[in-house]
Design a protein around this ligand. Structure first.
Ligand SMILES: [Zn+2]
Length: 151
């Protein structure tokens, strides 16, 4: 499994994370949906992203994210039949590492890439991408390739 994206998209995610600090930001990664999306060796390339509002109430937004469901439904409809679609999701971890929380695991679907960026203030500390195991018990770290280079 691999997630690829451009430096420009990576910078957009960092800006969203910094702007949302100390709350978590979230959004969808969009790109061609591969025929083998569910295969364990699949690779996805995000070619666009869409930022979302964090739908939790303010007191919860520092430690959790939720994609705004109406926004998500509209986005899925927008890409219906185009061959492109949501290949993953990103969110930020303010002041904590880019490892998924137990809550992240509970809410994750299989196949999708879950990109997490750690952020402290305006500084993005790094990022890792994760894919949920089929049985839902754990995340597997997948290579994250930015403009052809692993980070
Ligand atoms: Zn998280």
């Amino acid at each position: 499994m691999t997630l690829r994206l451009s430096q420009a998209l990576w910078a957009q995610i960092g800006e969203h994370a910094a702007r949302s600090y100390p709350e978590e930001c979230c959004g969808a990664l969009i790109g061609p949906v591969p025929k083998d999306f569910a295969a364990s060796g699949r690779s996805v390339t995000a070619t666009a992203l869409r930022s979302f509002d964090n739908a939790w109430e303010a007191s919860t937004r520092k430690t959790r994210y939720q994609l705004e469901p109406v926004q998500l439904a509209k986005l899925e409809r927008e890409f219906l039949g185009t061959g492109n679609g949501i290949v993953g999701y990103y969110h930020s971890h303010p002041d904590v590492p880019d490892w998924p929380s137990p809550f992240d695991l509970l809410r994750a679907w299989p196949c999708y890439s879950y990109l997490i960026v750690s952020v402290a203030g305006a500084a993005v500390g790094g990022g890792r991408s994760w894919v949920r195991s089929d049985d839902g018990r754990e995340f597997h770290n997948e290579p994250l390739i930015i403009d052809g280079a692993p980070i």
